[in-house]
Design a protein around this ligand. Structure first.
Ligand code: PLP
Length: 394
């Protein structure tokens, strides 16, 4: 009979997690809680946890502290009852659409959405007999023209990519409400600049990979809306394996800490650069809602607070000009994402809008010479120097 005082075998010592260190202090910043599973006291507790009578976590795919902290912060920022962290912006959209749609349903999609959102609906969900129709997010009447009894959801972006057109969220919400279809707003390009839910949207989605994370070092998505809807989507997200993980949730929460400062600084720089670029020779057009000649400038001035966004797009017309500009830049990299602390650029025709037909490009105003700049935190004069010298390149 082994004595109870006999130390365990080395293999046992190795395998067990060890004692929690005694401490009456708590960490100042949230710890990263990587555990995939949680210890449960007994059967009464497991019942209470599953039935929601006791708070707590069981299995990380269903929920973990880092995601809950991030979600609660974003719910507050969006003025929502609840929020959910998903594995990516696309994961968040997929979880939402899989919750709300079934065979025979239709989705109204605004023109010029992020390419993969269009592919999610037009290619993947189409395989399950889900149809879609397209409207112009700046013109609620165009939504009225396509919305019908089969429309279960209306999807638009606050600021479109790459021409940064500003959706008439309030007008779209009125049309969507009248048809009993929730308006979903992808708010990736404009966190903090307005609150779509206050303007009548029912759900907000984000690619937290972009401005919310802010450092191009994580991939996550977010949804914000009513507790009832977020609860339903959360179950679907877990079942399809679309939940976000603890480390990236932790990183994103750290990113959010500086979001207001980053956004204000980058918006101010974007406006200053847009004004300079508008006067530059060889730039055929500058698309930025802060410029008086942007088609949505008046609405942007009324709706957006704290700036006109961090994205601006210039048109160099031809692919060859765009290519020599990209190659001549010394500091601004061609990196097809956005929202980083450093300024980056993307070329929509070969990345986000790749593979679309000439007719789709024409409808959205996309040319082979469009360059989308995501403005970061550098000194505006340093950025201008790099842009200016690259515009001279042939
Ligand atoms: C507007 C917009 N929505 C959604 C997404 C998808 O997000 P993620 O890459 O995190 O899946 C992107 C990605 O570029 C985006 O630009």
């Amino acid at each position: 009979m082994p004595s109870p005082h006999q130390p365990p075998d080395d293999s046992t010592t190795c395998a067990r997690p060890g004692e929690e260190p005694p401490s009456r202090t708590r960490p100042l910043v949230p710890p990263i809680e990587l555990s995939a599973v949680y210890r449960i006291e007994g059967l009464d507790q497991v019942d209470a946890l599953y039935e929601g009578r006791e708070p707590g976590f069981i299995y990380a795919r269903d929920g973990h502290p880092n995601a809950v902290r991030l979600a609660s912060k974003v719910a507050t920022l969006e003025g929502a009852e609840a929020a959910l962290v998903c594995a990516s912006g696309m994961g968040a959209e997929a979880a939402l659409l899989l919750t709300l749609l079934g065979p025979g349903d239709e989705v109204a999609l605004s023109e010029g959405l992020y390419g993969r959102t269009v592919a999610l609906v037009g290619r993947e969900l189409a395989r399950f007999d889900i149809g879609h129709r397209t409207f112009d997010a700046t013109c609620p009447n165009s939504l009225r023209a396509v919305i019908g009894p089969k429309t279960r959801l209306v999807f638009a972006e606050t600021l479109s990519n790459p021409l940064v057109r500003l959706a008439d969220i309030k007008g779209l919400a009125e049309v969507a409400d009248a048809a009993n279809a929730p308006l979903v707003i992808d708010h990736t390009f404009a966190p903090l600049l307005c609150r779509p839910l206050e303007l009548g949207a029912k759900v907000v989605t984000h690619s937290a990979t972009k401005l919310i994370g802010g450092h191009s070092d994580l991939t996550l998505g977010l949804l914000a809306g009513s507790s009832d809807l977020i609860g339903r989507v959360s179950t679907v997200a877990s079942t399809f394996g679309l939940s976000g993980n603890p480390f990236e949730s932790w990183l994103a929460l750290r990113g959010v800490a500086t979001l207001a400062l980053r956004s204000a600084r980058a918006c101010a720089t974007a406006l200053a650069l847009a004004e300079r670029l508008a006067g530059a020779r060889d730039v055929a057009a500058v698309h930025y809602p802060g410029l008086a000649d942007h088609p949505d400038h008046v609405r942007a001035a009324r709706l957006l607070q704290g700036g006109f966004g961090t994205i601006l797009t210039i048109d160099l017309k031809e692919r060859g000009r765009a290519d020599s500009f990209i190659r001549a830049l010394q500091h601004i990299p061609f990196a097809p994402s956005l929202g980083d602390v450093a300024t980056t650029l993307s070329h929509p025709a070969t990345t986000s809008h790749r593979g679309q037909s000439a007719e789709q490009w024409a409808r959205q105003g996309i040319t082979p010479g469009l360059i989308r700049l995501s403005i970061g935190l550098e000194d505006p004069d340093d950025l201008w120097k790099d842009l200016h010298q690259a515009l001279q390149a042939r």
